[in-house]
Design a protein around this ligand. Structure first.
Ligand code: CA
Ligand code: CA
Length: 144
């Protein structure tokens, strides 16, 4: 299934960055996507590690969300900081993770990530509406 160095073309990367920008127009929350080839750690554990490596715990309202993907080892995790997690609980993250996997099985990586980003934006908006003096606290670029 995964034999390439990347699962996304540069056009698809841009599609995802645009999805993040659009999602963040409606909320103070921050969404990041991290894609790496492989990692042997349990995906949730690795996602938490990446979360801190990217300083995602630094948002004002603790409302950063990380979509973590290790494509060669086929690991996916979605985690949110305390501020958003207290409203969603694990069921939401798990449902979104399943949705992502559903798209990945059809090799629709960019579409799957974009759809999940959009839904993260909708969820964040419910609890963290956009503020007039909002800052882009975390980069919208895909990290790896
Ligand atoms: Ca923001
Ligand atoms: Ca951002």
């Amino acid at each position: 299934m995964f034999t390439k160095d990347s699962i996304l073309s540069s056009k698809e990367e841009q599609q995802i960055v645009n999805a993040i920008k659009d999602a963040e127009k409606n909320t103070s929350g921050e969404i990041r996507v991290h894609i790496e080839k492989s990692n042997e750690k349990p995906p949730i554990e690795r996602a938490q590690e990446v979360f801190y490596l990217l300083n995602m715990q630094e948002t004002k309202f603790q409302n950063g969300i990380l979509i973590y993907i290790a494509y060669e080892t086929r690991k996916v995790a979605i985690i949110g900081d305390k501020g958003i997690h207290q409203h969603t609980g694990n069921d939401f993250w798990n449902a979104e993770k399943d949705l992502l996997i559903h798209y990945f099985k059809k090799e629709k990586y960019a579409d799957g990530i974009s759809v999940v980003v959009k839904q993260m934006g909708e969820k964040l908006k419910e609890f963290f509406p956009y503020d007039a003096d909002d800052k882009d606290e975390l980069s919208n670029e895909i990290s790896n």
